[in-house]
Design a protein around this ligand. Structure first.
Ligand SMILES: Nc1nc(=O)c2c([nH]1)NC[C@@H]1CN(c3ccc(C(=O)N[C@@H](CCC(=O)O)C(=O)O)cc3)C=[N+]21
Length: 282
């Protein structure tokens, strides 16, 4: 049976440590969250972020965009937040309303306030493996914190990332590469046979495609580390992209719920605090 990478417990510890740091800090961080209130997932997750932030002493400002919002109208909101000195961090909750160019909006966020590291400056820093501190997307960064907590070192390991989004796959692959893994990225155009062959060789599998049960037990190598980044709602219950039977074969597994999700939120708060500190040093 796979050992559990307990994101819920590690995230709780992170939040407790952060609460102390925020309390001691001179500036109370403020995080602005721009989101589409008509997206059920966004409403749910933004609410979770807001509550978690309040508990550690981080203020949030939730900015719901109009249903007829355009790339240009959201860019105006972002420009105001960039200029607003009372805002330390800006998070653009994906997905924005249909027709809006998410990547163009991500790119508009001032790099020092780009809490999820989705703009081109911070993505470039990550891809270049810059040694300075800069924000990195909370989900893959949280995954790395979890691996580190359990003493799992990606160096020299074969890692397969399934998904190539700006939010998860690309930064996940870059982080694993920066941690000296041999990384392959699979995506929607990877044929099934190739995917299965890659997965069967992988020491580390990180998957975030949004399809329940997408990864099957037969595709996983005995003892592999399986990181389930899927966040699907099936009959109102959270489930990931990995079928339950994978637990019989994997060495380590992140559960859904209670794995990557809580780590994402704790990491987001940590990144907001770090960005606030860095702004104070300018
Ligand atoms: N710019 C941006 N950054 C994000 O980080 C981002 C985003 N956009 N868009 C949407 C996804 C989704 N997301 C989740 C975070 C935590 C849980 C979470 O904590 N889930 C609970 C379960 C929730 C439940 O029970 O319904 C868990 O896994 O234990 C879920 C989903 C962040 N996202």
């Amino acid at each position: 049976m796979a050992k559990i990478l307990d994101g819920k417990a590690v995230a709780k510890k992170m939040r407790e440590q952060l609460t102390v740091l925020v309390e001691r800090a001179e500036v109370k961080p403020t995080l602005a969250v721009v989101f589409d209130p008509n997206d059920d997932g966004s409403r749910l997750y933004v609410g979770m972020k807001q509550r978690a932030a309040a508990k550690v002493g981080i203020q949030t400002r939730d900015i719901a965009v109009a249903p007829d919002a355009t790339t240009a109208s959201i860019e105006r909101i972002v420009a105001e937040l960039n200029a607003d000195e009372s805002v330390n961090g800006i998070l653009i909750q994906a997905p924005l309303p249909a027709g809006v160019d998410d990547a163009a909006v991500f790119a508009m966020v001032a790099p020092e306030k780009d809490i999820d590291g989705l703009g081109v400056t911070n993505q470039g820093r990550l891809f270049a493996n810059e040694t300075s501190t800069y924000p990195v997307a909370a989900t893959p960064k949280g995954v790395m914190t979890l691996l580190n907590h359990y003493g799992i070192d990606p160096r020299g390991k074969k890692a397969v990332v399934v998904g190539r989004s700006q939010l998860f796959g690309r930064p996940m692959a870059a982080l694993l590469l920066n941690a000296d893994a041999t990384v392959t990225i699979a995506h929607r155009y990877t044929d099934e046979q190739t995917l299965t062959a890659l997965l069967q060789e992988a020491d580390i599998v990180a998957v975030g495609v949004g399809i329940p049960g997408f990864i099957k037990k037969e595709q996983i190598k005995e003892g592999a580390v399986v990181l389930d980044v899927g966040m699907n709602l099936v009959d109102g219950k959270a489930c990931g992209d990995v079928e339950a039977a994978v637990a019989d074969r994997a060495g380590w597994l992140t559960p859904v719920p209670g794995g990557v999700g809580p780590m994402t939120i704790a990491t987001l708060l940590e990144s907001t605090f770090e960005a606030t500190l860095a702004q104070g040093q300018e």
